[in-house]
Ligand binder design. Sequence first.
Ligand SMILES: Nc1nc2c(ncn2[C@@H]2O[C@@H]3COP(=O)(O)O[C@H]4[C@@H](O)[C@H](n5cnc6c(=O)[nH]c(N)nc65)O[C@@H]4COP(=O)(O)O[C@H]3[C@H]2O)c(=O)[nH]1
Length: 848
Amino acid sequence: MDTLPQPAYSRAPARRRPQRGSSRQSGPAFDQLFGSSPYFAFAIDEAGKLTAFNQHTAAVLGPLAPHTPASKLYAAWVLPMLQNEALPAARMRGYWRGEVELVAQDGGSHPVTQTIEWRDHTFLCLGYPLDDYDVYESRLRFKYLFEAHPHPMWVYDLETLRFLVVNAAAVAQYGHTEAEFLQMTIRDIRPPEQQERLTRNLAAAPAKGAEQSGIWTHMRRDGSRMQVDVSSHSVTLSGRPARLVFAHDITEREQLKLALQLRSRALEASINAIAITTHTSEGELIEYANPAFVRLFDHTPKSVLGRRLETLLDLPPHDEQYQALQAAMQSHHEETLMLRPRHRDGALLWTQLHVAPVLAGDNAIGHHVCVLTDMTAIMEYQEQLEHQANHDALTGLPNRVLLKDRMAQAVTFSQRFKHSLWLVYIDLDNFKLINDHLGHQLGDQLLCAIANRLRACANDGDTVARLGGDEFVLLLPIANQRPMASILQLVQEAVAAPVAVEQQVLTVTCSIGISVFPADGVDPEQLLRHADIAMYRAKEAGRNQVQFFEENMHARVAERALIESELRHALARDQLSLVYQPKVDLHSGAVTGMEALIRWQHPGLGAVSPARFIGVAEETGLIVAIGRWVLRTACAQNKAWQQAGLPPLRVAVNLSARQFRDRVLLSEVRAALEDSGLDARYLELELTESLMMHNVEEVVTVIESLKQLGVALSIDDFGTGYSSLAYLKQFPVDYLKIDQSFTREMLTEPKVAAIVRSVIALGHILGFKVIAEGVETGEELHYLRLHQCDEMQGYYYSRPLTAEAFAAFISRPAPAAPASAGAARPAAPAPAHTPAPPPRPARRHGPT
Ligand SMILES: Nc1nc2c(ncn2[C@@H]2O[C@@H]3COP(=O)(O)O[C@H]4[C@@H](O)[C@H](n5cnc6c(=O)[nH]c(N)nc65)O[C@@H]4COP(=O)(O)O[C@H]3[C@H]2O)c(=O)[nH]1
């Protein structure tokens, strides 16, 4: 200590001054700074000698002289600390502070807080009483904090509300200069709407020192406003009650808060399910889920949090969707996926998941925002629309559109694997009749039942489609050897099996046309067209048939189309006429009547047989007008013959099924009779057996009404339809007509002969007369007569004759009795419009 150097700025004075209890030796700077300080201030040089001291030091610790060893000013216990710690620390860091004990020359002890600064090779020592230093220091700190604080602070007078002091941040933020502030009160920085609140607030000022805080709106000098979080504290400044105010501009924070609130509200209110997940090595853990998310899966908010998104969506691991989700979660980009997660109740949903990664500071994925849009309803609707577009509404079977699609696929497949492909075109026989007569509702039920049966006939990979109306298609890819014949048989049986609909039993058959890939066509259109053609051929061949497509069918189809278009004009162009075939009593040989048969003479097509056009007329509905014409013409002709003096005979007119179902039939028959003046007993109506197969009660009613008119009725083509014997006896008809196919075969086929005999016997039991048609030989005649058949019709006696020829035929003198058994076939038949060759039977005039 003795060798401390002298401080540079306060060297010992050049001229010595008398010590007057002050430190005049320390130089003007030292004096200026510390001369009158109420604290200890002295300087020690590097040699440890006093180089300067102030008056207070001298007065309390003195008398002192310059160059006095500094050690004399300290208690003995302080010296080691001074030597080893304080002075080296001050020299090294420029400053040291600690508690020391100064001693006066009179031995008095003065504990102080001492600071030692190292300046210009001098230790400047300042000693404060322990308490005073803290106050000083806290004031310093306050001043520093107040001035340098980044947020506005001020003190205002509690009575005048004037600003007493403001800091730099307040000046910067509010735009007023310090001088302006000091002229203002705290009211001046508040907008008008907050004055009242301020008044209330001041009136309820808290107890002294108490904290007060609140959010206020303050105005800047330029009039702009800001949100301020204000906290204040009661203080005393210059003896006056005041408040120290701390104002924190929270405008931005509030805006941010509002924006966050809005965003949070948007999340909560979103109808899209939104989840925020934390990206972890164990998967995506749900950190937040909005109400829509919770609703979508029917979970509770709590049960969702912390769960793995993958688990919650219930995607099967290793499934394609699962893998896609994993890949999306690893990606640093936004991804959109279509997923099929499972609802809590197990139902599969359709959702669109949009995943947006949230990157952390290190560019690693921290979170994901997952937006799920429930697409279930849309997808189901889409599926429904697709289904509607591709399926038949009535039966639910694929429609034409889907069939074509499946056909295209099947053709491609069959081409590639060299397989064949069958297209089976099915059309119900006489379905139109059922529909027209029994109503569409029953017709629809029948179609549905048949659709289900066809479905049951199909294997996996087959397609059963409904093209519309009563047309169905089976698409059968033949990948393996399949028993196709038995499939077709199955289809025919499925269609033909009786269908019980609303207490009725309906039976229909079907006509089937088949085209085979690649032989009959290489594209779907062609295959379909060819199967359709084959189906028409099956219809023409008598229905309830199967036909494979053949090249020559094209010509038939073209012809049918031609017939259809020409038939529309046949009546108007007077191309139709009637011929009449006599009916003969087998026992007496008398002519009992004649059947009117239609003929069509077309200028280009020539004579078109009824077999070629009656079916077309029925399908197109032209039969109604044609049938009416036949009925009226036959009645008028018969009446004309009677008026011409020919013996009165009964004329038989064929009624098509469609005519029979026509509600106006009765009135038309009545009108034909009235208009022609023909007595009803000279008219006979021939009904086909198949016509009677549905709705027996109604058929019986119509027949009874016709009977009441007085006309005779016969069942034509008996044996070819499905007459139930139980029903047969209910029909009040007069004749059963044995179909000519039986007549033709009865002499060569014992089974057919048995049928013929049974029909004759049955007819008689039921009280009907039996007439056989298509009799061409004496043997046939003999057989029929032997078995008590009543009448016959056929080329053996006469071909159908024109009206004139028939009149001539009937007017000739009666020939010998009918040829006996074994008689030869008559000479080659003459054309239908020419009189038939002899021999002719004896005639019996008048209806039986
Ligand atoms: N091979 C052979 N055939 C014989 C013999 N005797 C008569 N035929 C023919 O057998 C058919 C009998 O008429 P259908 O069974 O009522 O069968 C008729 C009938 O179902 C229908 N048809 C004819 N005219 C009309 C009509 O005016 N209205 C309606 N709805 N159908 C008619 O067309 C079918 C065919 O008529 P068509 O060609 O005139 O043929 C007639 C007739 O010419 C014979 O000994 N041998």
